[in-house]
Design a protein around this ligand. Structure first.
Ligand code: FES
Length: 107
């Protein structure tokens, strides 16, 4: 498990315990964190789980694969160098205390 801090666009911080094997999208949805929709349930077809990682953390995680990169072209908010889709980031203990920033909009 990992403690993840979701930081909303307005600066609101919500710290959540997310189990190993879950992902950043589910961690938010299951804990009623506003700002991630996850409309497709994590099957990589909606791009409503857009998040921004800190550069330090982005470099530690496995990079986005080709399918995620293609879906990132469909995000509603500004795409940044550290943009990722939360459903594609599977939680493990190495992510403990990772902050995750949420965009202003998902659709
Ligand atoms: Fe749909 Fe991530 S939840 S692409």
């Amino acid at each position: 498990m990992a403690w993840i801090t979701y930081v909303s666009a307005d600066g609101t911080r919500t710290r959540v315990d997310v189990p190993d094997g879950s992902n950043l999208m589910l961690g938010a949805v299951h804990n009623n964190v506003p700002g991630i929709d996850g409309e497709c349930g994590g099957c990589l077809s909606c791009a409503t789980c857009h998040v921004y990682l800190d550069a330090e953390w982005a470099g530690r995680l496995a990079p986005a694969d080709q399918m995620e990169l293609e879906m990132l072209e469909a995000v509603a908010a500004e795409r940044r160098p550290t943009s990722r889709l939360g459903c594609q980031i599977v939680i493990d203990a190495s992510m403990d205390e990772m902050p995750v920033h949420l965009p202003e909009l998902q659709t």
